[in-house]
Design a protein around this ligand. Structure first.
Ligand SMILES: NC(=O)c1ccc[n+]([C@@H]2O[C@H](COP(=O)([O-])OP(=O)(O)OC[C@H]3O[C@@H](n4cnc5c(N)ncnc54)[C@H](OP(=O)(O)O)[C@@H]3O)[C@@H](O)[C@H]2O)c1
Length: 357
């Protein structure tokens, strides 16, 4: 391996939570004490000693949906990490660099790498140096949700300073990042959330708040439309009532965009998967037919450009990562059970190194 640390030899075996079959986390992930440590780096990769990892809904969604044949298991669960470079085959990173980033889904399947392990082999283009004032447990959960918010707002939504943005799901981890990014460039931001989250969302920068538990928000938006209309509506929940889009001519500007993280398939039931599949592929025609507004359902993959934008927001103190809870490395199943309640506010983080902050 090129450019390795000689003072801390890299072991052959490691502890890892590996996905071994389709099912719920309790059924389908296994704690291994002798999982292999990657021994060879390709050009452009680094080996990171993981300090902390963070969970995402996509972890349990794909675990519950894909059979081993398609998923190419076993591999360590989860995608987001913070850690220290211990070997490098890339000129931008040296041994000792403190980094954070994501093993993106395609790389996870192809390379059989993942976050819930002591060591991970990862593309240098999927990581960034961790700003000094961000702790590893804070940094671990940044990349997937912040890059998703950034790709949505700036690439698909072409968000401009001063625009009027509506974020459905202000307290999802994606939404928390999206609020801060939109405010950072001087937009007006309206969010939905449940009542107890109002104060926290306003502190982050939300100008207007709508309690989604008090009836359909589209009814209230039709009754009392924003002026000017929203330039962007960003559905960060992925499973909101499709009427938010189908009725959006009343509150979304004619050249505005409705962004959605998309209803991602959930559960291991075959009927549920089928329904989700048809929902995803056919929604634009049978629900959205006749709606004269642009709809963009997107899924995120590696974006060095947006990761760099996220780092800039962090350095300028315009983005503060949110941590819901921190679990130890032996509490991964409990941590997934908590995430699956869909009530977390911020990231659910795992300390892979028990001594890390
Ligand atoms: N397309 C992509 O590439 C991509 C990437 C990342 C994430 N995602 C998807 O984006 C979605 C959000 O992910 P996440 O990690 O940000 O979720 P998360 O943080 O786990 O979401 C939990 C939060 O959602 C809020 N919430 C639940 N239902 C809501 C509703 N109907 N309206 C408004 N808020 C609601 C909850 O608030 P209360 O407890 O107050 O209700 C809670 O604070 C997931 O479906 C995920 O799979 C997609």
């Amino acid at each position: 391996m090129s450019n390795t640390s000689s003072s801390n030899p890299i072991p052959d075996k490691q502890k890892a939570w590996r996905a071994v079959k389709r099912g719920t986390p309790a059924e389908a992930i296994r704690f291994d004490k002798d999982a292999p440590v990657p021994s060879k780096l390709k050009q452009g990769e680094v080996l990171v000693k993981v300090q902390a990892a963070a969970l995402n809904p996509v972890d349990y969604k794909l675990l519950g949906m894909l059979p081993n044949l398609i998923a190419n298991r076993p591999y360590p669960m989860a995608n987001d990490i913070a850690g220290v470079v211990v070997a490098s085959a890339d000129s931008k990173f040296a041994v000792g660099d403190e980094v954070f980033g994501t093993v993106w889904l395609q790389a996870q399947r192809k390379e059989q790498q993942g976050a819930l392990a002591e060591y991970v082999r990862i593309a240098a283009t999927s990581i960034a140096k961790r700003p000094k004032d961000i702790k590893p447990t804070e940094a671990a959960g940044i990349s997937m949700v912040a890059v998703t918010a950034s790709v949505g707002l700036f690439q698909h939504g072409n968000l401009q300073p001063g625009q009027n943005v509506f974020i459905s799901g202000g307290s999802t981890a994606v939404g928390l990042a999206a609020i801060q990014f939109a405010k950072a460039i001087g937009c007006k931001v309206t969010v939905t959330g449940s009542g107890p989250k109002e104060e926290m969302l306003r502190t982050l920068g939300a100008d207007e708040f709508m309690d989604y538990t008090k009836g359909p928000v589209y009814d209230r938006l039709i009754e009392n439309p924003p002026s000017p209309k929203f330039d962007i509506i960003f559905d960060t929940v992925g499973s909101v009532d499709p009427k938010l889009f189908s009725l959006s001519e009343a509150y979304l500007a004619p050249d505005g965009t409705f962004l959605s993280v998309g209803p991602q398939p959930e559960g291991s039931g075959k009927l549920g998967q089928l329904a989700n599949f048809f929902w995803t592929v056919s929604r634009p025609t049978w629900v959205c037919g006749g709606v004269n507004r642009k709809l963009c359902i997107f899924s995120t993959s590696e974006s060095p450009e947006e990761l760099a934008r996220v780092v800039k927001f962090l350095e300028e103190k315009k983005f503060k990562p949110a941590v819901d809870s921190v679990y130890s490395f032996d509490q991964v199943v409990e941590a997934y059970n908590h995430l699956m309640t869909k009530r977390a506010t911020g990231k659910v983080v795992i300390k892979v190194d028990p001594d890390v902050q």
